[in-house]
Design a protein around this ligand. Structure first.
Ligand SMILES: Nc1ncnc2c1ncn2[C@@H]1O[C@H](COP(=O)(O)OP(=O)(O)OP(=O)(O)O)[C@@H](O)[C@H]1O
Ligand SMILES: [Mg+2]
Length: 380
C-alpha cells in the first residue's frame, strides 16, 4: 500500500490566525518528501464585527457566556472555511487534490501553566470539513500540554527544516502578536520560546489612541519619546526573566497589564507607543543575547517585519548579529505559520510527532491534532 510518505507531491492547506487577529492566513503547500513548497497564499480579513466579538471573548475580564462561545466557534469555523475556499478558487485547485487542511483556529485563551493547564482555540473544524469537503486536522496544541508542555511554540521544527545552515548558529524571530524566537544551534540543537509582547500590545494601544488597527511602519511610535522609567517598569515583569520553556499570550500581555504598571492615561500617547516598541525590541534583543549569543544571523518573519521602525531598533540592538527578513532566504515572512500548519496536518496523517520536547517542555514527542473527516465523495 502506498503511504503518503512515499507519494512525491501532495497538497495540504494551512490556515492560521494569530494573536493579533489581523486576519486569516492561508497557504497551499506541496511536499516533496518532508519539504514544503508554498504554491499559493491568501489573506482573508475577519469581518469587523466578528473580530470585535472574538477579541471581547479573549479578554480575561469578560464573563463567559456559553451561547456566545458556541456561536463564535461556528462563525469562526465558517470564516476559516471561507479563507480555504477562497484560496482554492484563486489558485484553481480542486478540493479533491488537497489531502487535508491544517487549521490552527483562533486562540481565545492560552494558560499553559498551573495545576490544570489548557489552551483553547475556536473555529469548528467540522464546519470547515463540511464546507470545503476536505479532511481537517485541528487542535494541535493540547496533546503537547497534556504531556506537560507549553503547547507552543510549534514553529521551531519547521524553522529548523527550512532555515538551518549546518555548522552555524542562527535565530529565527517571529514578530506576531507575541514574539517568539527559535535558536538553531550549530550542533543541530533546536530551542524556542515566546520572548514577550510584540504587535499585540502595539496594535491595542494604537487602536485605542488613534482608532487605527496598527501603527503602520511605526510612524506613531516615531512621533513619541522613549519613557525610560516606564520601560524599566515593564521590563521588570517576571515573565522576561523566566527560563524557557515558556509561552504567553494576549491574556497576559494586554492593555490592562500596561495600566497596572503605570498611569498611562496621564502620559503622552505617542510616548507610550514609542516605549512599547522599545519594549518589544529590548525583550527580543535580551533573549537573543542570552540564548543565541553565537548566532551570525537573525531571520525575521511575522507581520512585525513590515514595521520599519521596529526593524531599525532591532538592528541597532542586535548588532553585530545581522538581521534580515526570511524573504532573503526565499521564505515569505507572512505565510510561514500557515505553512507550518499544513506541515503539521501532514505530520498528523503520517502519525509523526509535531512538537519538539526541548522547545515546549513536553515529556516526549507527540503526534499533534485530531482529524475531522470530510463527507464522503458523492454525499449530499
Ligand atoms: N506595515 C506595517 N507596519 C507596522 N506593523 C505592521 C505592518 N504590517 C503588519 N504589521 C503588524 O503585523 C501584525 C500581524 O502580524 P502577524 O500576522 O504575524 O501576527 P499574528 O497573526 O498575531 O501572528 P502570531 O500567531 O505569530 O502571533 C499586524 O497586526 C501589525 O501589527
Ligand atoms: Mg496574522
Amino acid at each position: 500500500m502506498l503511504s503518503i510518505a512515499d507519494t512525491p507531491a501532495m497538497l495540504f492547506l494551512g490556515l492560521m490566525s494569530g494573536t493579533s487577529a489581523d486576519g486569516i492566513d492561508a497557504a497551499l503547500v506541496s511536499f516533496e518528501r518532508n519539504m514544503p513548497q508554498v504554491l499559493a497564499t491568501r489573506s482573508h480579513a475577519w469581518p469587523a464585527d466578528l473580530r470585535n466579538r472574538m477579541l471581547a471573548l479573549a479578554q480575561t475580564e469578560t464573563t463567559l457566556d456559553l451561547d456566545v462561545f458556541g456561536r463564535l466557534d461556528t462563525e469562526i469555523g465558517n470564516c476559516f472555511a471561507d479563507a480555504a475556499l477562497g484560496l482554492l478558487e484563486q489558485s484553481g485547485t480542486a478540493a479533491s487534490s488537497v489531502v487535508a487542511i491544517g487549521s490552527h483556529g483562533q486562540t481565545v485563551r492560552h494558560r499553559p501553566t498551573g495545576e490544570f493547564p489548557f489552551t483553547l482555540q475556536l473555529g469548528d473544524p467540522s464546519v470547515i470539513a463540511e464546507r470545503c469537503r476536505i479532511d481537517v486536522v485541528a487542535d494541535f496544541r493540547r496533546a503537547d500540554i497534556a504531556a506537560g508542555g507549553q503547547g507552543a511554540p510549534l514553529l521551531p521544527a519547521l524553522h529548523a527544516m527550512l532555515l538551518r545552515t549546518p555548522g552555524r548558529t542562527r535565530a529565527v524571530l517571529n514578530l506576531g502578536g507575541i514574539a517568539n524566537i527559535t535558536v538553531l544551534a550549530a550542533d543541530g540543537d533546536v530551542r524556542g520560546f515566546d520572548t514577550g509582547p510584540a504587535n499585540g500590545l502595539l496594535d491595542a494601544w494604537c487602536q485605542r489612541q488613534l482608532g487605527e488597527p496598527f501603527d503602520r511602519d511605526g510612524v506613531f511610535a516615531g512621533s513619541g519619546q522613549l519613557l525610560p522609567g516606564l520601560l524599566e517598569g515593564l521590563l521588570a515583569d517576571p515573565y522576561f526573566a523566566l527560563p524557557p520553556p515558556k509561552s504567553t499570550g494576549r491574556e497576559y500581555f494586554h492593555l490592562g497589564w500596561l495600566a497596572e504598571r503605570a498611569p498611562v492615561a496621564t502620559l503622552k500617547p505617542a510616548d507610550v507607543q514609542a516605549t512599547l516598541l522599545e519594549l518589544t525590541a529590548r525583550s527580543v534583543a535580551n533573549a537573543v543575547a542570552q540564548h543565541a549569543p553565537g548566532a551570525d544571523k537573525v531571520l525575521v518573519c511575522g507581520g512585525g517585519v513590515h514595521n520599519a521602525r521596529l526593524m531599525q531598533r532591532l538592528e541597532e540592538l542586535l548588532a553585530p548579529h545581522s538581521l534580515c527578513s526570511t524573504a532573503e532566504h526565499g521564505i515569505d515572512p507572512d505565510f510561514l505559520e500557515a505553512t507550518a500548519f499544513a506541515w503539521l496536518a501532514r505530520q498528523r496523517l503520517l502519525k509523526l510527532p509535531g512538537n519538539l520536547p526541548a522547545v515546549t517542555g513536553a515529556r516526549g514527542p507527540r503526534v499533534l491534532g485530531a482529524i475531522y473527516s470530510a463527507p464522503d465523495a458523492g454525499a449530499s
